[in-house]
Design a protein around this ligand. Structure first.
Ligand SMILES: [Zn+2]
Length: 289
């Protein structure tokens, strides 16, 4: 029997979070240490968690997705494996066929709107036939992340009500709206006053009316209260990268010349686990598994 979306782990996690009015971290891991630390945080906090890998990481570390899937299968809390910003159609089809993924962000935002929607619709159908859920980005979220085409030369476009309907009609499951959020750094104190359009997020959420879930991209430098405001406005899947991983980067930078490799890995994982736990508390997902 073909796998069904009703069994999809990512959607189960997000639907429960939407019903319970809390947010779930969708945390990027670049290596096995980071993967291990975020999963340990989820277990320690009894929190659901979405593990995110970039397509570039799948190529750099071909076994990491399988390690993540092993973590998903052995965890005592709800976990899922999501691929962030998949922009290459051939690579997306390869992922569908060869990797144990629960959901994929089909990011065709580098095409014009009509082509974006058409490609998204076709890929979503193929994913759904395999029980894989699909996220897409509407409008353009400016900036570049690892291995992702930078859309900074294109006009930053906010998500309009018509975009919401267009993407829902393309059969996606998760929508990443553009509400002033950017890929990259806002600066040490986070988004400037007025940079994030919470009212726009709220009206998008109302318009969606539970038909799909909302993902928030571009959370670097977010203060806790900004994250919580986004959750109250309807964001459920919270993509985090540097927001959580920066403590790991700093720890390695400061200790790489002083510690042996085993200690460095141990202590680095501890630091990252604690930081992930802190954000699970902030997002309200602790104790919800
Ligand atoms: Zn993103």
């Amino acid at each position: 029997m073909a796998p069904s979306l009703s069994d999809n782990r990512t959607l189960h996690i997000l639907n429960a979070a939407a019903a319970g009015k809390y947010g779930v971290l969708a945390a990027i891991a670049y290596n096995i240490e980071q993967l291990t630390a975020i999963v340990r945080a989820a277990e320690a906090k009894r929190s659901p968690l979405i593990i995110q890998l970039f397509p570039s990481t799948l190529k750099q570390l071909p076994t990491l997705a399988h390690a993540a899937a092993a973590a998903v299968n052995s965890a005592t809390i709800p976990l899922s494996l999501h691929i962030d910003h998949a922009q290459d159609e051939a690579h997306i089809r390869e992922m569908m066929e060869t990797l144990p993924v629960d959901s994929i962000m089909v990011d065709m935002s580098h095409f014009d709107q009509a082509e974006n929607l058409e490609k998204t619709r076709i890929l979503a159908k193929e994913c759904h036939e395999r029980g894989i859920a699909v996220e897409a980005e509407s409008g353009r979220i400016n900036g570049g992340e690892d291995g992702i085409a930078d859309t900074g030369d294109l006009e930053a476009l906010f998500t309009a009500p018509s975009d919401v309907e267009d993407f829902i009609n393309a059969s996606i499951d998760i929508l990443a709206p553009s509400i002033g959020n950017i890929h990259g750094d806002y600066g040490p104190s986070g988004p400037a006053q007025g940079q994030l359009h919470f009212d726009r997020l709220e009206s998008i959420n109302k318009q969606i009316n539970d038909r799909v879930q909302i993902a928030l991209h571009g959370t670097n430098d977010f203060p806790p209260q900004v994250m919580q405001r986004c959750i109250r406005s309807g964001a459920i899947k919270l993509n985090v990268n540097k927001l959580i991983l920066e403590v790991w980067n700093v720890f390695l930078r400061e200790n790489a010349s002083k510690m042996g490799i085993v200690g460095l890995i141990d202590e680095g994982m501890n630091v990252l686990q604690k930081e992930t736990e802190r954000w699970m508390d902030i997002c309200g997902s602790s104790g919800k598994a």
